[in-house]
Design a protein around this ligand. Structure first.
Ligand SMILES: Cc1cc2nc3c(=O)[nH]c(=O)nc-3n(C[C@H](O)[C@H](O)[C@H](O)COP(=O)(O)OP(=O)(O)OC[C@H]3O[C@@H](n4cnc5c(N)ncnc54)[C@H](O)[C@@H]3O)c2cc1C
Length: 408
């Protein structure tokens, strides 16, 4: 598969904070701008290094280094309804997560489609050439190429730029949305299976059936202050064929946490602030562990995972005053659990996405050792997901109640 080579990686801790201290500092600095300034400026793309109108907290939120409630609490306290635009955007994260948890088959379908498309790429030289030009940022469409380079170099694109890239990828370049979603997931510092897969489907016209997002040259010129005036963009959206949405099913119910039993706390990128959860305060934690991320894995997301996990491991070990352990893989995790006499391993709930494979393998290895694997479900998810099974507007009506309950 062609991949854009990684060039000099930026200091993630500064650009897209993933340690708790850095994320809190970013939040402090951003809160005054989360009201009318955000509503008015959030869709303008000023170019790399100039995304001050938005929070750039997604890498921390995706890993739950900071939670949605922690981010929204000071924002609502300062701005009240003046921050409605920002509040809504944060709820989009929970909406997409809840929607895909109710339909995991969408993720499995995407994986299956990739296998078929990869086989096609090996046979179809024209398609392969178009794809290579796109991932290299060498299509000749200046704005698209610019954003693809920005993504490769920084691991980030402004939300509005992501929409233009996805639209041009699908409708102007005629490339399968599934390949674009994979490219984003491989490169984004905030890579998130739910937001990414469903946003690509939304642009393609598959999430809200029949309603696609078509990039428009005049709007691009306006939102980039005239830096780009593309010509030759698709004038019509040819919506890809896809089966109708499967009906929503209740989200997977993980094994519940047992109280009063020796526990190994396992931290994954799904939840990097378990030590702050009141519901876990009474756990008999004997050690905290992370599975060492693949040191060889390049890319912004992998680098951010390493930084976030190290930080979360240190915080949790300090909270429970227990050893902080780094293990090489799932078998080593199970061996550690046995060694410390744990009867259960507790982790943050792992959602639909690439972490599911690890979860299934870990459950098997632990079961062989007679140890349960339990997952902690956040109150936020329990409050949001039941309202996230249809369109976003169905959730929007519940935002005031969720906020009142979760943020105060
Ligand atoms: C094609 C495409 C792919 C995307 N892939 C991802 C992804 O892999 N991971 C990811 O976290 N976001 C993804 N998004 C959503 C969005 O672009 C990012 O969350 C946002 O740009 C992050 O920047 P920020 O933190 O400065 O956002 P802000 O504008 O400051 O918003 C605050 C927070 O609200 C949430 N949010 C904002 N916009 C959206 C949105 N459209 N959908 C869902 N949540 C949102 C994020 O948690 C974000 O951190 C994608 C959007 C598109 C169009």
């Amino acid at each position: 598969m062609p991949r854009v080579p990684d060039r000099s990686l930026p200091l993630l801790a500064n650009d897209h904070p993933v340690t708790r201290d850095a994320a809190l500092a970013r939040l402090d600095e951003f809160v005054p701008r989360a009201g009318p300034a955000y509503a008015g400026g959030r869709n303008h793309d000023h170019g790399p290094g100039r995304h001050d109108a938005v929070s750039r907290l997604s890498a921390a939120l995706a890993r739950r280094t900071l939670t949605e409630a922690e981010v929204l609490s000071p924002v609502v306290a300062l701005h009240a309804s003046g921050a409605d635009a920002f509040v809504r955007e944060v709820f989009w994260r929970g909406y997409f997560r809840g929607w895909i948890e109710a339909r995991p088959v969408i993720w499995q379908g995407w994986l299956g489609a990739l296998d078929r498309i990869d086989a096609r790429l090996a046979q179809d030289d024209a398609l392969a050439a178009r794809h290579l030009a796109a991932v290299r940022g060498a299509t000749g469409i200046a704005c698209f190429d610019h954003w693809m380079h920005e993504l490769a170099q920084t691991g980030y694109l402004h939300n509005w730029a992501r929409m233009q890239v996805a639209s041009i990828w699908i409708f102007t370049l005629g490339l399968p949305w599934e390949l674009g979603a994979r490219h984003f997931l491989d490169h984004l510092v905030d890579a998130d299976a739910a937001s990414n897969t469903l946003s690509w489907r939304w642009v393609a016209g598959l999430h809200t059936p029949g309603k696609a997002y078509l990039a428009d040259a005049t709007r691009i010129a306006r939102m980039t202050a005239g830096r780009f005036v593309p010509i030759g963009l698709a004038a019509h959206a040819r919506i890809p064929d896809a089966p109708p949405h499967p009906p929503a099913a209740p989200p997977r119910q993980p094994t519940a946490i047992a109280e009063g039993v020796p526990t190994l706390l396992w931290i994954t990128p799904a939840d990097c602030s378990l030590e702050r959860e009141p519901a876990l305060a009474a756990l008999l934690v004997r050690a905290v562990a992370i599975i060492d991320p693949d040191g060889a894995a390049a890319g912004h997301g992998a680098q951010a995972d390493r930084i976030a996990l190290d930080d979360a491991l240190a915080r949790a070990a300090a909270r429970w005053r227990v050893p902080a352990c780094r293990v090489a893989g799932i078998e080593a995790l199970a061996a550690l659990a046995e060694e410390i006499g744990a009867r259960q391993v507790v982790t943050g709930r792992i959602g639909v996405g690439p972490g599911m494979g690890t979860l299934i393998a870990a459950r098997g290895a632990l079961r062989r050792a007679g140890i349960a694997l339990a997952e902690h479900v956040r109150a936020w998810d329990r409050a949001v997901w039941p309202h996230a099974t249809r369109g976003f507007f169905a959730l929007r009506d519940h935002i005031p109640h969720v906020l009142a309950e979760m943020v105060g």
